[in-house]
Design a protein around this ligand. Structure first.
Ligand SMILES: O=P(O)(O)OC[C@@H](O)[C@@H](O)c1c[nH]c2ccccc12
Length: 267
């Protein structure tokens, strides 16, 4: 299969997954089970001026299995113990994610959790809250501008934050047309699946600096993290760069503290 078909295939399969989920547990039932969130992501980002969102990612569609050493809950524990601000947990099967793992991570750590999935239906936002998510990812590329805004309000109505993911200027304009607080610049081209942090550098001038800006994907070294921080990002979302490190704990500390020494020296 061509890489460029992966995104289309994932979204296609997602429609079936959502239809099944609705059959198993209709939306009204999901709604009745919910408690409201507390905007934990917003609170966390107010406490710190640099934030690592560490991703529990076992597999990627482009590269296959990334991590055999740890389970998602083991990764979550290492991330929490080593300074991550919050966690991103995949629930899509292409990344070996599932709802059950999300619940397990929820039970394991007290950090805010982002549900990482391809959200195409409001049902998935309610479901995210039912699983204990504090935030959802909304990918601008797969939603119309109107739907993007509507889903953002749905997340907010449940006390959850939303990270709006953009990859190019058109996506950025759609994100900026909403009142979203969190905008994530995905360095991964979702069609070719290649990554370059230059994507963040190129798009940052078009972003609104009063929003919280996060660089996502393809961050591998402490130097990458420092560069992104110096360029004006408020945080990074890292999966592969953590799970494939020889020492995941040390790599988490490095990314979570990127550039701290320099700041200390200047003071
Ligand atoms: O493993 P990486 O390159 O550090 O990337 C993490 C995260 O950004 C990536 O998993 C991601 C970002 N947005 C997505 C949308 C769908 C699937 C995956 C993603």
């Amino acid at each position: 299969m061509k890489l460029r078909d992966i995104l289309a295939e994932i979204v296609e399969k997602k429609k079936d997954i959502v239809a099944n989920a609705k059959r198993e547990m209709p939306l009204d039932e999901v709604k009745r089970s919910l408690t409201c969130g507390t905007f934990a992501m917003t609170h966390r980002f107010r406490e710190r001026d640099w934030n690592l969102i560490a991703e529990c990612k076992l597999q990627s569609p482009a590269k296959g299995r990334l991590c055999r050493r740890y389970s998602v809950t083991e990764l979550a524990r290492i991330y929490e113990d080593n300074g991550a601000s919050m966690l991103s947990v995949h629930t899509d099967p292409h990344f070996l994610g599932c709802n059950e793992d999300f619940r397990k991570v929820r039970a394991e750590v007290s950090l805010p959790l982002l549900r990482k999935d391809f959200i195409i239906d409001a049902y998935q936002i309610y479901e995210a809250r039912m699983l204990g998510a504090d935030a959802v990812l909304l990918i601008a590329r797969i939603l119309t501008p109107e739907t993007l805004k509507r889903f953002l309000y749905t997340a907010w109505s449940l006390g959850m934050d939303a990270l709006i993911e953009v990859h190019d200027r058109r996506d950025m304009e759609a994100a900026l047309a909403t009142p979203a607080e969190f905008i994530g610049i995905n360095n991964r081209n979702l069609v070719s699946f290649t990554t370059s942090i230059e994507q963040t550098m190129e798009l940052l001038p078009y972003a609104d600096k009063s929003r919280t800006l996060i660089s996502e994907s393809g961050v591998f070294t402490g130097e990458d993290a420092k560069r992104l921080r110096a360029a004006g990002c408020d945080g990074i979302l890292v999966g592969e760069g953590l799970v494939r490190a020889d020492d995941v704990a040390a790599q988490t500390r490095l990314m979570a503290n990127a550039g701290e020494e320099e700041k200390g020296d200047m003071a």
